[in-house]
Design a binder for this molecule. Structure first.
Ligand code: UDP
Ligand code: MG
Length: 150
């Protein structure tokens, strides 16, 4: 089934100059990038994006992390993209690897570039939607319909 999925290059990916390497891995998946933009992540957008995790102990630090506050990104930037293709959601998740960088397979984006800070934050370079309902919600949260190629 043709799917769309939201991808974010998180502040650690941008600050550590991993943008090109990350997009290269996604390119190799054969999926098509159909939207891309730099976004300054507001507090509201960050909380809405991660609202299903609001009861987790790491939530407040996650909001700081996605807003670039651990990486000196004063403009709160991330690179937001939409990828489309056959089984895009699962394919992108496979290229990303496991949430915990220590458990992410070698050769995945998170396995190659992710780290766990001494404060326990998973800095794992990339966000990718986890299932069809999340993907639909997240694409609509980050992009207007006219920003996505038909
Ligand atoms: N996260 C964390 N500690 C945890 C679990 C998650 O710091 O124990 C962070 C991590 O950056 C992760 C994000 O919260 O990517 C969102 O968590 P989720 O469970 O949705 O993982 P993902 O879908 O990103 O793999
Ligand atoms: Mg998730």
């Amino acid at each position: 089934m043709t799917e769309q999925t939201l991808v974010l290059i998180k502040p650690d990916g941008l600050a550590r100059r991993l943008t090109g390497l990350t997009i290269d891995r996604l390119d190799a998946s054969g999926l098509q990038m159909v939207a891309a933009k730099m976004v300054g992540v507001s507090e509201k957008l960050a909380r809405e994006h991660y609202k299903s995790l609001s009861d987790k102990p790491f939530f407040e630090n996650l909001i700081k992390y996605i807003r670039g506050e651990f990486h000196g990104l004063k403009d709160h930037r991330v690179l937001a993209m939409v990828y489309r293709g056959e089984n895009a959601i699962k394919k992108v998740r496979e290229v990303c690897g496991a949430t915990n960088p220590e458990q992410a397979a070698a050769g995945t984006i998170r396995g190659s570039f992710g780290r766990i800070t001494t404060a326990g934050q998973f800095e794992n370079v990339i966000h990718a939607s986890s299932d069809p309902s999340d993907a639909a919600r997240e694409v609509a949260l980050w992009f207007k319909p006219e920003e996505i190629l038909p």
